[in-house]
Write a protein that binds this ligand. Structure first.
Ligand SMILES: Nc1ncnc2c1ncn2[C@@H]1O[C@H](COP(=O)(O)OP(=O)(O)OP(=O)(O)O)[C@@H](O)[C@H]1O
Ligand SMILES: [Mg+2]
Length: 568
């Protein structure tokens, strides 16, 4: 497997020929437009003085043909650049998506990469890049101005520099307010999304008004920042307009003066005006393009860094199917932005086919341990291994074949029951789906749903009850005969029937020699596990056969009660 950074660099290497072609086409476009000034010169100095209609018609026809070709080339350039941008965007987004998912699973916000890819695309297909291609040919126009008279050349060069400075000023003046405003905007959107997603709680407890006030306060700040930015931009744009128009007049004025003195012809006045306008156009455009150019450059830098550090695709070998020996070696996990680890030096080993119960108080780190075992999080030190291979580095699709996971928040997706159990695998074998449901003891429950396996469950499984979600989630975990099962409180929403079904499912898992880790708060489930792990404040307080751990716990409890009794 190629490293992400190499693929990323290859995308831009592949774009190079397109860029060269676009530059060449830009040269021809500008070369074809250049004679416009010569046309003016000829018409004024020859046709008007001699009255030769034939010359006029011929000159005009030649010009029209040249412009037609220039227009055609310009369309061709835009069409090609848009295609290239689209192609690059698709490749970059595809490359970034696994990283975004990894980051999101690790609790980080991860959509930035996709936004970066989009802003690269916008720049590559937008007018900004076209301006960049046209800008160098301004030199051509300025050169002709110099030939007509050096004073005109100097004036336009100075004017172009002034416009460039104004473009830079514009960007600098609006950068901070715009950045701050969009950061607030993103936060506001996020809160709004949360409020709508948790509409049930919001409505029930009358939080709507308070949330609206919060939202409105934030919106006021955003508006103020946006206004500041647009005011500054408006003032600078006024200056730009002034500079641009003044230059136009000054060039014509100076040319007229020179013509009065007999230094240049009358035609040169019109020619200079046209040349100046063409030479300055890209610089004026720069104001509009500067931001997108800057965004694109930042996006490129950020993407490159992310791909450079990307850990996906480290493992290049396809590993053999594991037996299911799970070992944690002094694994320590600290989430980003926290000092103290949530899990500290977790060390234990399960043989293939063993069932482990994980117990501990709320917040002791049970769900975090489940995520660590599934390779959702990477331990900062130590390792989590399945048959000796580091789980976090295992390519996700490969690992997924051997793993089943039921998160504490079941997290089903919009679609049919069948799709959800098959993990959205398009060519899933119906037999495998039914087998998973049977192993999980959910087959009858599913058959009782309105359309059985084809029942649409709504976004996030919203049309199911919490218990139904949990049991279909269990079936999804059993799909594909995994070697390692991790169930995070699979019994949280289950009734008695569901409890019994779960116990049966665990027995079947054992019979199939699946290694099983079950997080639970219920004592009744613990009679069906081989080993027990008691987590206390992120550490293994006890680990071993159920009876031994239970005895140790009872002894500890007794000692604590005795100590309390002594205190009284
Ligand atoms: N992404 C995170 N960033 C910071 N802290 C976190 C994060 N995820 C969990 N924690 C903290 O880690 C601790 C353990 O959380 P965890 O969800 O593993 O507990 P748990 O044992 O599963 O609890 P429960 O029985 O309530 O499910 C908690 O104190 C929680 O606040
Ligand atoms: Mg939990």
């Amino acid at each position: 497997m190629q490293k992400p950074i190499d693929i990323f660099d290859k995308i831009f290497a592949d774009l190079k020929p397109v860029a060269y072609a676009a530059a060449l086409v830009s040269f021809f476009i500008n070369l074809l437009i250049l004679p416009m000034s010569l046309y003016a010169l000829q018409v004024m100095d020859r046709v008007v003085t001699t009255g030769s209609m034939a010359t006029l018609i011929w000159l005009t026809l030649i010009m029209l043909v040249m412009f037609a070709v220039a227009g055609l080339l310009q369309s061709l350039r835009s069409i090609t650049l848009a295609r290239a941008a689209d192609w690059a965007h698709e490749r970059i987004a595809e490359l970034a998506l696994p990283i975004v998912l990894t980051q999101a699973a690790g609790g980080q916000k991860g959509a930035q990469q996709l936004r970066d890819a989009a802003s690269l695309r916008n720049f590559l297909s937008g007018p900004g890049l076209a301006t960049l291609f046209d800008a160098p040919w301004s030199v051509l126009y300025i050169l002709v101005l110099f030939i007509i008279h050096p004073a005109l050349g100097v004036l336009v060069t100075a004017g172009a520099s002034a416009l460039l400075i104004l473009a830079w000023l514009n960007e600098a003046a609006i950068r901070e307010p715009t950045k701050e405003a969009s950061a607030f905007q993103a936060r506001n959107m996020q809160e709004l999304e949360l409020a709508t997603r948790n509409a049930e709680a919001t409505q029930a407890m009358g939080m709507g008004k308070a949330l609206t006030t919060r939202w409105r306060m934030m919106q006021t700040r955003i508006s103020a920042l946006q206004m500041l930015g647009s005011d500054r931009a408006a003032i600078i744009q006024g200056f730009t307009k002034f500079t641009r128009l003044s230059l136009q007049v000054l060039v014509t004025g100076i040319a007229a003066w020179l013509s009065v003195d007999g230094i240049v012809t009358a035609g040169a006045i019109v020619a200079s005006a046209i040349l100046a306008s063409r030479a300055l156009a890209p610089f004026e455009m720069a104001i509009g393009s500067w931001k997108s150019m800057n965004d694109a450059r930042t996006a490129y830098g950020q993407l490159r860094e992310v791909f450079m550090n990307a850990s996906t695709g480290i493992e290049t070998m396809t590993l053999p199917a594991p037996d299911g020996i799970l070992s944690l070696e002094k694994a320590t996990y600290t989430p980003p932005g926290r000092e103290a680890p949530i899990l500290n030096q977790i060390d234990f080993r399960l043989e293939a086919g063993e069932t482990l119960g994980v117990i501990g108080a709320s917040g002791s780190g049970k769900s975090t341990l489940a995520r660590l075992i599934m390779g959702v999080y990477a331990p900062q030190s130590g390792a989590v291994r399945l048959d000796g291979a580091d789980i976090y580095r295992w390519p996700r699709e490969e690992f997924g074949k051997y793993a089943g996971y039921l998160p504490q928040d079941v997290e089903l997706f919009g679609g049919s029951v069948r799709d959800n159990i098959a993990r959205f695998n398009d060519n899933a074998d119906p037999e495998a789906i039914v087998r998973a449901a049977q192993l999980a003891n959910a087959h009858e429950l599913i058959l009782r749903l309105p359309q059985g396996y084809d029942t649409q469950i709504g976004a996030g499984g919203a049309l199911l009850s919490a218990g139904q979600r949990q049991r279909i989630g269990l079936a999804r975990a059993f799909y594909g005969d995994p070697r390692l099962l991790v169930l995070d409180e699979p019994d949280a929403s289950l009734d008695d029937t569901g409890q019994q079904a779960l116990v049966m499912a665990l027995r079947r898992a054992k019979h199939e020699n699946m290694t099983c880790v079950v997080v639970t708060h219920r004592k009744s489930l613990l009679t069906h596990v081989d080993k027990l792990l008691f987590l206390y404040d992120g550490r293994v307080a006890a680990f071993g056969p159920v009876a031994t751990v239970m005895e140790a716990l009872a002894a500890k409890q007794k000692a604590m009660q005795a100590a309390e009794g002594a205190n009284v």
